[in-house]
Design a protein around this ligand. Structure first.
Ligand code: SF4
Length: 160
């Protein structure tokens, strides 16, 4: 896992998950319109640019680890890949009594934060109750925005 970073303002933003889910909904609508013509004109450049923009933007706010299958709206706008165990379906059994992480005691458990933030998301907050499939590691370092738009993040790799 990349080193956990706390960029100025990022915790403040993540503690406003209702605002973030609205921004995300707007972004998704715009991306659906803008990306297909971009891709037709310059496929490789567009993919490279979008991947870079996602890495920089979401890296700053969410400490995104570029798993390629974003589930932020199902995890209280808190990246589950920043959990040292990369758990995508809730916390392990090691959460401390004060809600801190078993592995990195100075940090709050990602899943404690995810749950609390999800309670402030009127649109998709209850999606935290859905069971997430195992993350497809083959998508690491690809753009989850493109994978979402093209349905790649829903595909099951051969042999699963
Ligand atoms: S793309 Fe993956 S690593 Fe990045 S914020 Fe979403 S869930 Fe986290």
């Amino acid at each position: 896992m990349r080193e956990a970073r706390r960029k100025p303002g990022s915790e403040w933003l993540k503690d406003r998950p209702a605002f973030l889910e609205d921004v995300y909904a707007l972004f998704q609508r715009a991306f659906r319109t803008v990306y297909p013509p971009m891709k037709r004109m310059a496929p490789r450049t567009s993919e490279g640019f979008i991947t870079w923009a996602e890495e920089v933007g979401k890296g700053y706010v969410f400490n995104c680890q570029m798993c390629g299958q974003c589930v932020l709206h199902s995890t209280g706008m808190t990246c589950p890949m920043t959990c040292p165990k990369n758990l995508r379906n809730g916390p392990c059994g090691g959460v401390r009594a004060d809600g801190h992480c078993e592995v990195i005691p100075e940090r709050m458990c990602v899943w404690v934060q995810a749950w609390e933030r999800s309670r402030h998301m009127p649109k998709s907050g209850d999606e935290i109750l859905l069971l997430q499939p195992p993350v497809n590691r083959q998508l690491k370092d690809t753009s989850s925005w493109i994978n979402w738009l093209e349905g790649i993040d829903e595909e099951t790799p051969p042999g699963w």
